[in-house]
Design a protein around this ligand. Sequence first.
Ligand SMILES: [Zn+2]
Length: 215
Amino acid sequence: MLNSLFLKKNSCFICQAQTKSFICSHCKKELDFYQNLRGRCNFKEFNLHFTTPYYQNYKKVLWDLKFGKKTGLAKGMAYLMLEAYFKKNSEIPELLGYVPMGILKEKQRGFNQSKLLADELGKLLNKKTIDLLKRKNNISLYLSKNIDRHLLVKNSMSIKTVVGKKSILIVDDVMTTGATIREIIRILTVNGYNELSFLLFARQENKENLESWFT
Ligand SMILES: [Zn+2]
């Protein structure tokens, strides 16, 4: 069934190894292991769902999407994200949101990968993606490694669309420090949104964890 949803190439979506399945047994095992270990965490009563570690072939898939501009990957990634989400959760959110990019950065890249993922998830769930938030300015987190990310991110976003009391699932590609998520929780709760959860493709893990889990 899964194979019919995607173009059949006889190779694993994640590592390109030969397989007749959507992802090979090795990648599937790693995903299952990670999701059982770290599939969800709770922050201030908001659930955060993770699909993969930001690591090796999973990292490469995300890089290919973002920097290789292979936007067609978003569909398969969204499928894996949804599978991870339903492992720990049975409720379908009413709306999907995404983490906004700075206008300039989005223009340079040509797309916002978080929105692409949210749109693909929306198609799978038959739910609308809304432009809930916007970035106020163009702070580059890359260029400011020595500055506290929490200070940088604070007040960097504002509400773009008011949708009232609905359950919203916010989609993002990767979580690094969690500063962005904290800021989104702050701004949305200040504005009366309580039913929030987050779904991410990848989560940055420290090297020691990755080595002990995957070697
Ligand atoms: Zn594989």
